[in-house]
Design a binder for this molecule. Structure first.
Ligand code: CDP
Length: 231
């Protein structure tokens, strides 16, 4: 019997999760599921339909009936996966600084989380997969074969975010970004529903002094170990 290997990568904003997770999935030939993109897509849907960003049942119903498609990144999507809702591409729209703020109340809605967690579990059942988010190792895939908790200091994360936004043509102030990162950390960790916590059986990896490729190499070694212990 072949068991699927599911790899959960959780951690705070800007720790490099999505880039690392995508590269790791590429190297392993696994499916990559960016769960943050699903929260962003649901926020986009709420805005499009004029719903309040606190309307749990309304946004959940919208998210349930909408196909949220995550497609592979390519050279024109800045390394980010492509995202479509009912066929409409929203890859860029969901990555703005404004959207990063608007998604916070939506990700705190219990009804929305229920719908998206169900979609995430279903996607992960399709085969070997790498999922990244806040609650993958704790809620979405409590039995994942490998759980990683990626961290980095707030300063390093704010610096990375600044670079990323500069590349998209946005020019926010570093101190403001740092304050936002700290605020998001606080909100992520203290929200009532699925707060960001490290699963007991997760391995913490600090990325402060490591390049993306060094982190990916480290995780590849851990993934090989997890594959061996799964057989
Ligand atoms: O890249 P960044 O961490 O800034 O954002 P993201 O991973 O795209 O996630 C967008 C938002 O969704 C953040 O506010 C997360 O707190 C939230 N999120 C969540 O609550 N649960 C997940 N599994 C993934 C993201």
């Amino acid at each position: 019997m072949t068991e699927h290997l599911q790899i959960a990568i959780d951690g705070p904003a800007g720790a490099g999760k999505s880039t690392v997770a995508r590269k790791l999935a590429d190297k392993l030939g696994y499916l990559y599921i960016d769960t943050g993109a699903m929260y962003r897509a649901s926020t986009w849907l709420a805005l499009k339909h004029g719903l309040s960003l606190h309307d749990g049942p309304g946004i959940a119903a919208l998210a349930r009936r909408t196909e949220i498609l995550l497609a592979a990144a390519d050279e024109t999507s800045d390394g980010k996966i492509r995202v479509y809702v009912d066929g409409e591409e929203i890859t860029r729209d969901i990555r703005t600084q404004k959207m990063s703020e608007q998604v916070i109340p939506v990700a705190a809605l219990k009804e929305v989380r229920e719908v998206l967690v169900e979609k995430q579990k279903e996607l992960a059942r399709q085969g070997n997969a790498v999922l990244d988010g806040r609650d993958i190792g704790t809620v979405v895939l409590p039995k994942a074969g490998l759980k990683i908790f990626l961290t980095a200091s707030a300063e390093v994360r704010a610096g990375r975010r600044l670079k990323e936004l500069n590349a998209q043509g946005e020019n926010p102030d570093f101190e403001e970004l740092l304050a936002q990162i700290k605020d998001r950390d606080h909100k992520d960790r203290t929200r009532e529903v699925s707060p960001l916590t490290m699963a007991d059986d997760a391995i913490e990896v600090s990325t402060d002094n490591l390049s993306i490729d060094q982190v990916v190499d480290k995780l590849l070694v851990l993934a090989e170990g997890a594959k061996r212990s799964a057989v």
